[in-house]
Design a protein around this ligand. Structure first.
Ligand code: NAD
Length: 341
């Protein structure tokens, strides 16, 4: 019962454990589904408190990539890998070379990229052993495309839910001004939105105050802001019964992965009249960019593909309204219709 009953398996095609004594690599590669193409998703490095947590994480994350990639209309499946270790102290080139060798043995069924705890430089070490790696950093960071997807997603949500063609004068509560959050905030400001922001880093806050006329609030106060849109761009799982009760915003549109603490939170938002832009639909801009780069498709076409996130969300919102179900349920169904054969 230890493996198949206890862990987050959901029709995963293949899970590979890699252990290499010389480099100290302890890694897990999870290929969730390859119906639409080779599995693609980042490599996370994390000092997991237990091996079971690492397995659960990679199973959950790889499944999520299948849904994200399918809804984004990309010709790739879903996968993810994790390296067990502290990214601040345990990284060596040999570790990532060993991962590259493991990917090479999989013959292209899984393609990796950077993620939490790994960097383009780490991926360059992977690339010395395999070509099944993307996002090597030669032409930059996917975050601006993730931010663009969030922005067109917010526009679609405002149009559907508030009946407005513009963000002018609306207030957006942005949680987290990192790679994605800051760029998203910049676009919102340029479109005439008022910003209320929170971050644990004071530098980003100062910049937002000066450059974007943002109002700064305490980290915990972001849930209480009198805003039209709540934009989670920091951590996952920020939406739960407690935070939803506090939210004044009528729309949730942000970049964070796994925003719903539990699956039933999608329905709770619907009942409260809050329109939720499902995380894996609105935050696909980055993977679209990475996928184009990997497949050698022109970067000049990426923007148009990312902008389709707005149309996809408009369809998800309309169908959820017609069927009186949550947007997260509809988004899951759209994904499943594409990858389940
Ligand atoms: P990042 O690390 O650059 O930024 C995160 C920001 O959140 C940082 O400024 C950090 O100080 C801040 N933060 C941390 N804890 C906070 C808290 N409790 N309250 C407020 N702010 C807090 O990360 P990123 O690349 O901008 O990604 C943001 C989110 O979007 C993550 O959840 C990530 O998984 C998701 N995402 C990112 C991309 C991408 O292209 N980078 C793509 C898809 C999803």
């Amino acid at each position: 019962a230890f493996i198949f009953n206890e862990l987050n398996f959901d029709n995963h095609e293949q899970v590979v454990f890699v252990s290499e004594a010389k480099s100290g690599l302890k890694g897990i590669i999870a290929i969730h589904n390859t119906t639409l193409g080779p599995a693609m998703g980042g490599c996370r490095m994390w000092d997991y408190a237990s091996e079971a947590l690492a397995v659960n994480d990679v199973l959950r994350l790889s499944r999520g990539m299948t849904y994200k990639n399918a809804v984004a209309g990309l010709p790739i499946g879903g996968g993810k890998s994790v390296i067990i270790g502290n990214p601040k102290t345990d990284k060596t080139p040999a570790l990532f070379e060993a991962l590259g060798e493991a990917l090479e043995r999989l013959g292209g069924r899984y393609v990796t990229a950077e993620d939490v705890g790994t960097s383009p430089q780490d991926m360059a070490h992977v690339a010395t052993k395999t070509r099944y790696v993307a996002g090597l950093g030669d032409n930059g960071d996917p975050s601006p495309y993730t931010a663009l997807g969030c922005f067109v997603g917010a526009q679609a949500a405002v149009k559907h839910h508030l009946g407005r063609d513009s963000l002018e004068g609306l207030t957006v509560a942005v949680q987290g001004l990192g790679h994605v959050g800051y760029d998203y905030a910049r676009r919102l400001h340029a479109a005439g939105a008022k910003l209320v922001v929170a971050d644990i880093e004071t530098q980003a806050l100062e910049r937002a105050r000066h450059e974007l006329a943002a109002t700064v609030v305490d980290v915990d106060a972001i849930y209480d802001v009198q805003a039209d849109i709540y934009a989670p761009c920091a951590l996952g799982a920020t939406l739960n019964a407690n935070t939803i009760a506090r939210l004044k915003a009528r729309i949730v549109a942000g970049a964070a992965n796994n925003q719903l603490a539990t699956a039933d939170v999608g329905e709770m938002l619907r009942q409260k009249g809050v329109l939720y832009a499902p995380d894996f639909v609105i935050n696909a801009g980055g993977i679209i960019k990475v996928c184009y780069e990997y497949l050698g498709k022109p970067e000049s076409d990426v923007e148009a593909h990312v902008r389709e996130i707005g149309d996809t969300l408009a369809e998800v919102f309309a169908r959820a309204g017609r069927e009186a179900v949550s947007t997260s349920v509809v988004a899951d169904q759209v994904a499943q219709a594409r990858f389940k054969r």
